[in-house]
Design a protein around this ligand. Structure first.
Ligand code: HAM
Length: 419
């Protein structure tokens, strides 16, 4: 136990972390282009925020939260997702009085006590975006477009976008009555969870993955066919906006999402490469959430993208992420004087922004070169007294084995020129 991570968590080792850094860099670039600013909220919040925000009837709140009493007897929960904390922050800092829309993004860890399967962890990471204050479908299109840009910048192809509308409280009420009537005669053939949802949130029954429930709901009336005029106009606006900038989509009437706060637009990016659920990213509009958490009535929309699943997709598509962190040059040295010289040289290379390494283990030259190779150093030189006295070194390209004699003084410039 002592030397193993808890179930559902994993270390991100150096052999993987450079990929995360690469993706995070792309995320920052794309968010900058779209004018989204980073927000960092606490890993834990008052439990009530998630009960209210994510919703009492959700699996997350009912079964999956890491909740505990702190030493002051307050009920605290590790965030199971990012939206609720950002909404809390929007209210707490009076962001509604700033020019709208407020456009935010985050890279966070999140925690859910879930059953383990491919692409599903208990500690996982999300890149998320939230936009507050804009009511019309243009922002829905923009949010989806952020993902399109990110996928493109990473070279990801063929991730399907599914969209749906789950209406607003007005049309949902009428729909709930309709679906309740449809489902009532079949309840004894449905799973216990669906029976539980029947009284509280019947729309979620559409999302059940149990075969016996799916067989029944396949003929159920869909929310999309029952949305009100306002929600219908919004959905038409979303489709027209996506068409306008050439984003392809499918309409999937079965998307209802697993969190209670959604209204109108919901969407998912799916791929068969990322495990049973197949969802890399999910999001939607939550026009009532800010108000239900105690803030002013404010429309909102966002998404959460699973970083682990994004990496799975990248690997499945055979996309190679460059390790930009590998050592550029390794200075091997023979003897004490050369060792001292190497220390100074490495220092000056580093001052010029070059990633440089040298022996720290009193190894032989042969062992130093072997180590440089293992590090993935791009270039090496071997320094001895002769090289220092004659101001000449042989620069070896470790990739193709090519060697060039250059003056020691020009080493730094030479590495920069060769980038
Ligand atoms: P979500 O669908 O619960 O939505 O999660 C978003 C994404 O996080 C999923 O599509 C998946 O890629 C990843 N994810 C969720 N649970 C796990 C897990 N146990 N292991 C690995 N990855 C996971 C939300 O969290 C909403 N807050 C999204 C949102 C933001 N909607 C509006 N704004």
């Amino acid at each position: 136990m002592l030397t193993q991570t808890p179930k559902g968590t994993k270390d991100i080792l150096p052999s993987e972390s450079y990929k995360w850094q690469f993706i995070e860099k792309k995320i920052h670039q794309v968010c900058r282009i779209f004018g989204y600013k980073e927000i960092r909220t606490p890993v834990f919040e008052h439990t009530e925020l998630f009960q209210r925000g994510v919703g009492d009837t959700t699996d997350i709140v009912q079964k999956e939260m890491y909740t505990f009493l702190d030493k002051g007897d307050r009920s605290i929960t590790l965030r199971p997702e990012g939206t609720a904390g950002v909404v809390r922050s929007y209210i707490e800092h009076g962001m509604s009085s700033l020019p709208q829309p407020i456009k935010l993004y985050y890279n966070i860890s999140a925690y859910r006590y879930e059953k383990m399967q491919k692409g599903r962890y208990r500690e996982f990471h999300q890149f998320g975006v939230e936009a507050f204050g804009a009511k019309g479908p243009d922002i829905d299109v923009e949010i989806i477009s952020v993902l399109g840009f990110l996928f493109k910048s990473l070279g990801i192809k063929n991730v399907g976008l599914n969209i749906n509308s789950i209406g607003c409280p007005v049309c949902r009420k009428a729909y709930n009555e309709k679906i309740t009537e449809f489902l009532r005669p079949h309840l004894d053939k449905m799973c216990p969870t669906c029976n539980e949802r029947f009284g509280k949130n019947p729309l979620r029954i559409i999302d059940c993955k149990e075969e016996k429930c799916k067989k029944i709901t396949v003929d159920a009336p869909s929310m999309l066919d029952n949305i009100c005029e306002e929600c219908g106009t919004h959905f038409e606006g979303l489709k027209a906006g996506l068409d306008n900038i050439g984003i392809a989509y499918n309409i999937d009437k079965n998307i209802v999402r697993g969190l209670d706060y959604y209204s109108k637009t919901v969407f998912e990016f799916v791929s068969e490469n990322v495990g049973a659920q197949g969802t890399i990213c999910g999001g939607g509009r939550y026009d009532g959430l800010v108000e239900s958490c105690g803030g002013p009535s404010t429309p909102g929309i966002g998404f959460g993208l699973g970083m682990e699943r994004l990496l799975m997709e990248i690997e499945s598509q055979g996309i190679l992420i460059p390790d930009e962190d590998s050592v550029e040059i390794y200075i091997s040295s023979i003897g004490e004087a050369a060792g001292k010289y190497a220390s100074k040289l490495v220092n000056s290379l580093r001052e010029n922004g070059i990633s440089a390494g040298k022996d720290l283990m009193d190894r032989s030259v042969k062992a130093q070169m072997k180590y440089a190779d293992k590090l993935g150093a791009k270039y090496t030189v071997v320094l001895g007294d002769d090289e220092i006295n004659n101001n000449k070194v042989v620069l070896k390209n470790m990739k193709n084995g090519e060697k060039d004699e250059i003056s020691l003084d020009s080493l730094c410039q030479e590495i920069i020129n060769r980038r």
